[in-house]
Design a protein. Structure first.
Length: 763
């Protein structure tokens, strides 16, 4: 059977020409396809729809409609089609065809549809009933669209359904109601939120129009208040104040523009939506929250009061929210369910990390933590290299009770792919799940980002981790056809989070000459005007030795790099000398060292610190509060990181514990960069009440502390948002007692009766 196409060949070619980025455009992606290459991709995709009709579950009454032709990294092209059945839109029936740079070779074709559609088009449920059912799915309703008949094919059995979009202050949700029995089939929520902290990146250059905070170079990007209009005025914008809204827009525009540039230069995506456009941002939200609502990003404050309140516009939060927009505008849309929701949250985290690494701003150094600088104690809300440190799962189990915790497995996979389990150079180690490989050697965040973006370009509804594994392996083969290193690392990283091989996943055979690259040492410190050296070491890891040309990436102002020699053969070494001048900026800088081989390239990073830097560290605890019954205990974790200079020994202690409460540390002495487990034991007979315990970290050169709120009670505490709860803990809410089913940090809207997956009513 042959699928029907609603566009003629001439129209397809014309549309391909219109969609192809032009080389003369200021914001074109790297290596954009020419008009003829874009036309070839659409023509090849059209043929593939017919050739692969059985595997696409194409029915006689199916028709395909060209939706987008998107360029990707390394010249790859992605042509996406929507599907209709008997004239009705098919949710879950999208098809994506990926081709090589020429557009003449089809690399892959995918769809999320699992069965051939065989449904009638006559509903038994009225439009009014479908609208009422949909409206009841959210608490506060602003608008309800007219229900539209569709075919829901995102599950194993396609069904005739009504699709209704219901919006409210905290929702933009499409509800699918079975048109035959009136039951809710599925819900797609576009509002995606995340906590964080306002973090200013200092005096920076941002692109704005004269007189308004509208980006003249990145269509759709602008920032303003809650009415949706861009702020007006003149540069310099903002006053640096923590609660000033114009300053908040400086942070937002800086983060959004860096993310846009990263997408273009690192992963080959043209704008946030892949077609050269972005989305506006709003600041001043009267919530301790930030979210993406399907049309714009919205940023509030950090939840503190008084002088501690700050706008919630740190770079990783901005990158995270626009990451949701990227997820929504790749094939398959935002998706539904906790698994897709968790992968959506993880996508935001990954793009936040990619943006930080691309910007490499010394005021917000790149890392793999999310919202790591909250205003009042605490610490990051998610940890990508060790999700379990914050109560999220490290390993894939196939169970996803909550979307924010569900970000853990894919976040962990991405870190292992980019950095490996033991990267060195001051980067944190990462655990490997039971039964996984002995080790994983990372391929760098640039390659990992390319693979992840290409994987998203293959996304289909419903999106799952098993689909992502297969798609990412295919992406690695397409992006790096001359090597299996990247492919094998993708595979090992999935294995390392307990997601094993899937049926019919691709394989790779590699006969390429390869080598390793290390810097010894990987970091150094010099006074202004001084110089330092490191040894560049290479070794043949596969095949034969090849000639290698060495070069340094972007250098700080006034710094020069000299290799001696600059050309070597794999297995040899070279000396890199970095020389600074009086004008070189003080502080820590990351310098990429690239070994460009005849058959293979490798990159390693050198951390150069210029000037005298005091040894210091960050200090946080998570969770920051908890409760215990008399005779019981509560736990938290102390986390530290070196922020400047060298690691120092830290002695831990506690003050302010009430009578009957004992605080112990395991271990009591750590080195900056390590963690310690804190046990807070409550003796029998301890009086009920709430107290503040100060957790102290005293180092040789610096000292820091954090506050833990302990509640002692015999009948449970009153539920509250932004509070860490542990499994088995009892709370009360509106007079009813609930037992916590899974450890989590509460959010507004997660009241116990609303989230029975987290809370069990008890008598």
């Amino acid at each position: 059977m042959n699928p029907k196409l609603k566009l003629s060949a001439a129209a397809l070619a014309a549309l391909a020409l219109a969609l192809a980025p032009q080389a003369a455009q200021a914001q074109a992606v790297q290596d954009p396809p020419t008009p003829s290459e874009a036309t070839s991709a659409v023509t090849s995709a059209q043929s593939a729809l017919a050739s692969f009709a059985p595997s696409l579950r194409t029915a006689q009454d199916d028709e395909y409609h060209l939706q987008a032709s998107i360029p990707g990294a390394n010249g790859l092209q992605f042509v996406t089609y929507t599907r209709t059945h008997k004239g009705l839109p098919v949710y879950g029936g999208e098809v994506t065809v990926s081709t090589d740079a020429s557009g003449q070779v089809v690399n892959d074709i995918s769809t999320g549809q699992q069965s051939v559609i065989n449904v009638g088009t006559t509903p038994k449920v009225s439009v009014a009933a479908a609208a009422a059912t949909s409206q009841a799915r959210i608490k506060k309703v602003d608008s309800v669209s007219a229900p539209a008949l569709v075919v829901h094919a995102a599950s194993k059995t396609p069904r005739l359904a009504y699709a209704t979009t219901v919006t409210g202050p905290a929702n933009n949700r499409t509800v699918y109601v079975d048109a035959l029995n009136g039951k809710v089939i599925d819900e797609v929520e576009l509002v995606r939120d995340a906590e964080g902290r306002a973090h200013y990146v200092g005096t920076v250059q941002i692109d704005t129009q004269a007189g308004s905070m509208v980006d003249p170079n990145r269509p759709g990007i602008q920032c303003g208040g809650q009415n949706g209009s861009a702020f007006t005025g003149s540069a310099p914008w903002g006053n640096g104040g923590a609660t000033d809204l114009t300053t908040a827009c400086v942070d937002v525009l800086y983060g959004a523009q860096k993310e846009w540039d990263m997408l273009r230069e690192w992963v080959g995506r043209n704008g946030i939506n892949g077609s050269g456009r972005g989305f506006p941002a709003r600041v001043g939200l009267a919530q301790a929250n930030a979210f993406w609502n399907g049309s714009f990003t919205n940023f509030g404050h950090n939840g503190a009061s008084g002088a501690a309140r700050k706008n919630l516009v740190s770079m990783d939060v901005v990158g995270h929210e626009y990451g949701h927009a990227i997820f929504q505008t790749t094939p398959g849309g935002a998706g539904s369910g906790n698994e897709a929701g968790g992968m959506n949250e993880s996508t935001g985290d990954i793009f936040g990390a990619l943006t930080e690494h691309f910007a490499n701003n010394p005021n917000d150094p790149p890392d793999y933590l999310v919202g790591e600088e909250p205003a009042l104690g605490g610490g990051p809300i998610r940890n990508m290299y060790n999700p379990s440190a914050l109560g999220d799962p490290n390993c894939y189990t196939g169970t996803f009770p909550e979307v924010h915790a569900g970000a853990g497995p894919q976040n962990h996979w991405f870190y292992l792919l980019a950095e490996g389990n033991n990267p060195g150079g001051g980067k944190p180690s990462s655990p490997i799940c039971s039964g996984g490989p002995a080790s994983v050697t990372g391929i760098g965040i640039l390659k990992a980002g390319k693979i992840f973006m290409t994987t998203l370009n293959k996304k289909s509804a419903p999106w799952t981790h098993t689909k992502a594994r297969v798609a990412s392996l295919q992406a690695a083969k397409e992006l790096f056809p001359g090597s299996c290193v990247e492919f094998n690392t993708v595979r090992l990283a999935w294995d390392a989070i307990s997601l094993r091989a899937q049926p019919n996943e691709p394989t790779c055979t590699d006969n390429q000459n390869q080598f390793s690259l290390t810097l010894d040492p990987a970091s150094g410190q010099v006074d202004v005007g001084g110089n330092t050296t490191t040894t560049v070491r290479t070794a043949v890891t596969q095949g034969s030795a090849q000639q290698i040309t060495l070069r340094a990436g972007t250098l700080p102002s006034g710094v020069t790099a000299e290799f001696s020699p600059a050309t070597i053969t794999a297995g040899q070494t070279s000396t890199l000398r970095l020389t600074t001048t009086a004008g070189s900026p003080q502080g820590a800088h990351t310098i990429a060292v690239t070994a460009d081989g005849a058959d293979f390239d490798q990159t390693a990073n050198y951390r150069l610190t210029i000037g005298q830097v005091q040894n210091d560290f960050s200090f946080s605890i998570n969770p920051t509060s908890g409760s215990a019954q008399p005779g019981g205990s509560a736990n938290t974790t102390v986390s530290t990181q070196v922020t400047s200079g060298s690691a120092q020994q830290i002695t831990l202690s506690a003050t302010g514990a009430p009578s009957g409460v004992t605080v112990t540390f395991n271990p009591a002495t750590i080195t900056a960069g390590q963690t310690s487990q804190v046990n807070i034991a409550v003796a029998a007979g301890t009086a009920a009440g709430t107290s503040q315990i100060t957790i102290n970290g005293a180092g040789a050169n610096a000292s820091h502390s954090a506050t833990y709120g302990l509640t002692v009670g015999s009948t449970g505490t009153e539920w509250a948002p932004f509070t860490a709860y542990t499994a088995g803990q009892i709370v009360t809410y509106q007079g009813t007692r609930y037992q916590c089913r899974q450890s989590h940090t509460s959010q507004p809207g997660w009241e116990p009766p609303n989230v029975l997956a987290l809370w069990l009513p008890v008598s």
